[in-house]
Design a protein around this ligand. Sequence first.
Ligand code: F6P
Length: 357
Amino acid sequence: MTKRIGILTSGGDCAGLNATIRAVALRAHHGYGWTTIGIGRGTLGLLERPVEAVVLDPARLDSALARQGGTFLGSTNRGDPFAYPMPDGRLKDRSGEMVDGLKQLRLDGLIGVGGDGSLDILRRLLAPSGIPFVGVPKTIDNDVGQTERAVGYSTAVAIATEALDRLQPTGASHERVMVLEVMGRDAGHIAIAAGIAGAADVVLIPEVRWSLDRVAGHIARLRAEGRTSALVVVAEAAGQSDEASDAAADAPDHGVGEWLAKRLAKATGAEARATVLGHVQRGAMPTAEDRLLASALGVRAVDVLADGKGDRMVAWWNRQVIDVPLDKVVGRSRTVDPGGSLVRTARALGICLGDSA
Ligand code: F6P
């Protein structure tokens, strides 16, 4: 009997989603003779009647798809089935409608590509349906537990690094402190990696407590040594780890880069400019590393379903693709280890993290 599996992308998009979808559909077809159904707009497609879904014809999943950013299926980070935002502002449990939508598709398994939050939601949604579920980790934030890499992270780091490459010469020409704000929600993975790769002078992340005085002191020392400009990378959530609790409380939810640049200009007397990289970090052609990861994880996700397993997430660990129980993943996000290799590398290179270490 031909099996039918579904795939959807959920949460914020990132580079490498199309490569993941392609890998799933190709593996399902060539490996097992299965049909893959692509569900539109994450969980939102499940609310439509008929359900918003298309059969993914392997002949049309050409190589161009592996290169494209975004997700051709669409995605949402607003479709929590258990607390769905209604037009009148109420939150309504619409999980039953979504499960009904899944049943209408007559699926024998579902692969969901998402971050920590999306995988948790999908897992809970699927539990009463009896449809086996396998998650593929994706997020530029790279904070999904039990995997060293999530799809999209490599590309985001490459873009943030390139931004530093472009900020350095203009900063040097005008003798400015250039602040680059990068994404990462509650984690500093993009900031610390791009900060090292892009040879930043300062990296501020939510996992390491920092103070403005120490950052200003570091920039003053650089100036005393003859440097006329500086590169500062700040993770979007770094406001919460400012040691001055008043300042942390004043840190804006958005625009931490501008906020920091103003304070640094005042503290150092230097001209400072902020660049907010924002969604540029998400909508790009995936790096080779992201395409490889997406392909390897997509193939494995189908194999896990073929093995008759569910409630699992495929993961990259120790140079291998593995699968792990989803209950070990959800609610356990993986932030930057303040004693880990990247933080130690940054310190060894003289990058200031704003702390007293
Ligand atoms: O989780 C991915 C992410 O890009 C975060 O880094 C960022 O905080 C958030 O999504 C932005 O969400 P939105 O696209 O809803 O503005």
